[in-house]
Design a protein around this ligand. Structure first.
Ligand code: D5M
Ligand code: FE
Ligand code: ZN
Length: 493
């Protein structure tokens, strides 16, 4: 059998050669070990084409420059200046809610028959996978009971195990049956890909079957195409995890933020940025809630959920001239199972009544002007961190890339993230957004991946006792602003 690592690498070298680009040894080694090798190659070629210096040899330094370029956010510390009085330009602020499950949810979140839910997940992702040339006309899983070469399968991952002999065994399932997939220990690049595969995601497999096992020669995730850059002549501010009602809520920093966004704080450059803001998106955990984890009540400044939302309405109520989109998180007053319906008037009367506030579900998709923003609080990050080696709460840039490749916001079922057994799986990323906005981990992150802005908006809460136990050091008071296509971060502490 052809050695897969070599085959893939010769494809990569060929791609560069076709563009008259050479790879030096260190660059070759880096790309070989990178799980996003195929993507990096296309993007590097594009990056080099835009490089005026006409470099024809890719070095490791150049790859690092490219990765930092995609990661870059511009940090800006607020300057105290309460005197500024600038008035936002009179702007037209069209927005549309493209996906909101609040009135589409058919269950009360109880777990009963999940087959409908998983079938829908399978069908949605299968329709993406089967468009790939290497998976065209996929076969039914029951074919794995026969001896067949060159098979193409699409299934949901049931389990991933190491075998005694150092190979990996993945069990996958489709509506016709189950199959055992062997990843040979000599296939280094496939073993690397396996590190990113988690239970319950949908993958494609190619390989040969001996009537008992499929010997894989590739594992294929749905992935995303490169998202074309869009014109953007305004700015969007992203918040999450404000945790109003917690003793650790940094009210001073938040007040500075409110003053800044209203154009009454900061130096001229900072107020210019504020005046360019057309939308504010809040991605969950607006308040601290009640009884979320053991002993939380000891850290509550406002031990009443209604009063917490009243305080939120008082603070947010000062922002009157731009639309504010609010989605819930695991601390908010709505069902915990995802998708979570919007926070209702029952708990947050004043906020719901505020003219410029739009309550949406978690997840949801909004189109702000022309920019599609998918909002997801990020509860599933806790499960991904447990499932994938070497990740912690500060790695949400890597996790968001992974979720885009899996085309699913919460792939793992049955761990910390409760998923409701809906008839449709709303957590599938059906369409590639321009921005994926998440929160939950309380640590800011940003990366632009295949043209999609992946942003995590941190928090306004200082470290809690619970977070001390988990060794989570929050980056509080850092607010990401997507300004005319560039990510900036305002620091209010
Ligand atoms: O989440 C605050 C922080 O705590 C965030 O970094 C995630 C982490 N967290 C929350 N719940 C868990 C569990 N169950 N395991 C591990 N880590 C967790 P917040 O949603 O604001 O409480
Ligand atoms: Fe939070
Ligand atoms: Zn949270």
């Amino acid at each position: 059998m052809e050695n897969n690592t070599e085959r893939n690498m010769s494809n990569i070298i060929e791609k560069f050669q076709n563009q008259n680009i050479l790879l030096n040894h260190n660059a070759y080694r880096f790309i070989k070990d990178e799980s996003y090798a195929d993507t990096i190659v296309d993007e590097l070629i594009e990056y080099m084409e835009s490089d005026k210096e006409d470099n024809y040899i890719v070095t490791l330094e150049m790859i690092n420059n490219y990765l930092n370029f995609e990661k870059k956010r511009i940090l800006e510390t607020i300057v105290e200046n309460p005197e500024t009085k600038k008035i936002r330009k009179n702007m037209n602020m069209p927005y549309e809610i493209k996906m909101d499950i609040t009135n589409q949810s058919y269950t009360n979140g109880d777990i009963h028959d999940l087959s409908e839910y998983f079938n829908n997940r399978y069908e949605k992702l299968r329709s993406i996978l089967e468009k790939k040339p290497e998976l065209r006309n996929p076969m039914e899983m029951k074919i794995t009971k026969s001896k067949v070469d060159n098979i193409r399968l699409i299934g949901i991952v049931d389990s991933i195990q190491n075998t005694k002999n150092g190979h990996k065994m993945i069990e996958i399932e489709d509506p016709t049956g189950e199959g055992k997939i062997l990843i040979h220990k000599d296939q280094e690049d496939l073993l690397n890909k396996c590190k990113n595969i988690v239970k319950d995601e949908i993958v494609g497999i190619t390989g040969n079957c001996n009537g008992n096992l499929v010997i894989a020669d590739d594992i294929i995730q749905p992935g995303i195409p490169r998202n074309p850059e869009k014109e953007m002549d305004f700015s969007i501010v992203f918040l999450s995890d404000v945790h109003i009602g917690s003793k650790m809520f940094d009210e001073k920093a938040f007040n500075h933020f409110i003053k800044w966004i209203n154009g009454n704080f900061g130096n001229e450059k900072q107020t210019d940025l504020a005046n360019d803001v057309k939308y504010l998106v809040i991605g969950g955990d607006l308040v601290d809630g009640i009884g979320i984890y053991p002993n939380q009540e000891k850290e509550l400044a406002i031990p009443d959920i209604y009063l917490q939302y009243e305080e939120a309405a008082r603070l947010i109520g000062d922002i009157t001239d731009i639309p504010i989109i609010i989605a819930p998180g695991n601390h908010d007053a709505t069902r915990l199972a995802e998708p979570q319906p919007a926070i209702t008037e029952q708990y947050a009367m004043d906020l719901n009544k505020q003219r410029n506030v739009e309550m949406v579900s978690n997840p949801s998709i909004v189109t702000l002007d022309n920019i599609n923003v998918e909002i997801y609080h990020g509860r599933s990050f806790d499960d991904i961190i447990m499932a994938m080696n070497g990740l912690d709460h500060s790695n949400t840039d890597i996790i968001m890339k992974e979720l885009m490749e899996k085309r699913h916001l919460a792939p793992i079922y049955g761990e910390r993230t409760a998923l409701a057994s809906e008839f449709e799986d709303y957590l599938v990323i059906d369409e590639v957004p321009d921005v994926l906005h998440t929160g939950h981990v309380h640590i800011n992150s940003y990366i632009k991946y295949k043209g999609v802005h992946l942003v995590n908006s941190g928090t306004f809460q200082r470290q809690t006792e619970f977070q001390k136990i988990y060794n989570i050091t929050p980056t509080y008071g850092h607010v990401p602003v997507l300004s005319r296509g560039k990510m900036k971060e305002m620091i209010f502490t």
